[in-house]
Design a protein around this ligand. Structure first.
Ligand code: OFO
Length: 161
């Protein structure tokens, strides 16, 4: 049985994961419009993954007989300055999600909820991976700076995801 507080926090995280999906879809749309087709592909796939993150919380709430709340979402930012701008914002967003996951772990401790604590460990590991992916791309983009060839090479590499 899940506590009301834990249930509320997990539902808030369903919303946060769908917000992540929307943010990355907006980035994908901008990238496509600006002919960064590799980045567009990367971001559509990233958005799909975020939906999977959300659905894992939905499935978990089903497992523990919790109440699932389907959230309403805000329109995400749709204008960006560059690929570097996109990936820096992505990295910042992932850091925010990491802090949210860590807070959920703290709440599960406080609630004495060992099952949820165990469930959350998957997200703790996943966030290390998520931050790393974005950070690596930010570093590459900073290295090439304004060189169009370098940017196009990175974009094409991102298309392989
Ligand atoms: Fe990008 O990890 Fe979920 O939100």
């Amino acid at each position: 049985m899940i506590t009301t507080r834990m249930e509320k926090e997990l539902n808030a995280q369903i919303k946060a994961e769908y917000e992540s999906a929307f943010i990355y879809m907006a980035m994908a749309a901008w990238a496509h419009k600006n002919a960064y087709y590799g980045t567009a592909n990367f971001m559509w796939k990233q958005a799909k993954e975020e939906e999977e993150h959300a659905m894992k919380f939905v499935d978990y709430l089903k497992d523990v007989d919790g109440t699932i709340e389907i959230p309403g979402l805000e329109k995400p930012e749709g204008e960006f300055k560059s690929l570097l701008d996109i990936f820096e914002k992505g990295l910042e967003h992932e850091k925010y999600i990491t802090s949210r996951i860590h807070n959920l772990v703290t709440v599960s401790d406080e609630e004495g909820d060992y099952a949820t604590n165990d469930f959350l460990q998957w997200y703790v590991k996943e966030q290390v991976e998520e931050e790393r992916n974005f950070r690596d791309i930010v570093k590459l983009l900073k290295k090439v700076g304004d060189q169009a060839n370098g940017i196009m090479m990175i974009d094409s590499k991102l298309g392989e995801r």
